[in-house]
Design a protein around this ligand. Sequence first.
Ligand code: GLU
Ligand code: MG
Length: 467
Amino acid sequence: MTTLADPVPGGRPGDVERAAGLAGELAGRGVHGIVLSYVDTAGVGRVKTVPTGRLADAAAWGVGMSPVFDTFLADDTIVTSGELGSPDGDLRLYPDLDGLTVLAGQPGWAWAPVDRITQDGHPHPGCSRTFLRHLLTDAASGLGLGFRAAVEIEWAVGLGSAPAGEFAPAATGPAYGATRQVELSDFGADLLAACAAQGVDVDQFHPEYAAGQFEISAGALDPVAAADRSVLVRHTIRAVARRHGLRVSFSPAVNAVGVGNGGHLHLSLWRDGRNLHTGGARRHGMTAEAEAFAAGVLARLPGLTAVTAPSPASYLRLRPSQWAGVFTAWGPETRECALRLITGTAGPRDRAANLEVKPVDLAANPYLALGAVIAAGLDGVRREAVLPGETTGDPARLTPEEAAAREVRRLPTSLAEAVEAFRADDVLRDALGALLTDAVIAVREGEIAAVDGLEDDQVAAAYRWVY
Ligand code: GLU
Ligand code: MG
């Protein structure tokens, strides 16, 4: 659930009384502090915390935080651009009480996502969560469209005892291997218990392909709640891992070569309580609107990668034939296409049919990534866009003629190429607004400069423990 109303000075109607009640309840459960969580433009999770007794005050007046975080880089250096990156001013962080969760992996703590407003009480145009919230309320009121979303989480589990900065896989068994599941049995069981206690309905938890890699996928929610959940689950994975002497990395490329960590997005478009990805007259049961949405996303993928794959390390992952989806191709259940159409199995198809977007990783700010992808899709809906021919198998194997016939192109191979495509994309820039657009470009250019001259393995090492 997500609170749709913007925060206001004095508190959203009813929030202060509710927060006071919740604070009493939390204190009774041994919760001493609340983690107020947001994600910056570089994709780094940042927090402030308040004692539980201050929750009602935070719901009324927010908690101060500098706007300078809009232009932090992943290594904590700060870039400037226009009005961004100045040491002046302050913003207020307001917890969404609907997202308040007692942290099962960190006894004594609860967690809540925040929206940011100015000291004068206006929504902060650089707040990614507010951006996504507004986009969804506009789509509901202007177009009658709703969304369900989920973010897949892949990560690598390393030994806490590894030499500083290095990654030593904590499980050595084969990909998807039974041995790996046994090696990290206690960690896995504690993680599932923590997710259950936090109300996260995990669909699957399994060993993945790369060394020490695992994956969790959870059920679909409204997109803001799905983004919140991806942040919460990662916070939980980190905390549970630490209690087991383990260290985890969500970096797109823990190592410079091999399969990386993805953060695939799943999205479905709904109208009047009906999933538009099934039961329609277009290919694979899509309705015209679901096809137009997919075509809108497909058309803007090059620029989108600046948002969905925002780190120099993202481009170590985005390589052909590693299931990361690096071609502007779509197809039913095709794992090498950037867009995979999931029709679902016969029974739960009404709920399960959705669109999977693969060139997304967990360096991405999930609010910005979901918002930018949805904005691209909605542009397709407005234009009544149609999909080109579908692709089966690995698009890397298409002849130039076959690729041209399906409009299949390679996605950007570097962050610099992605930024160039983003700059040229009016639809994405308009959707994000001037300030968020500036923030994205300034931060990406800062990251590009930060890795200038580094070899691939140095890039992987630089971002290994950031996300
Ligand atoms: N690890 C792959 C990626 O980087 C995804 C594997 C899968 O399809 O689950 O996107
Ligand atoms: Mg996977």
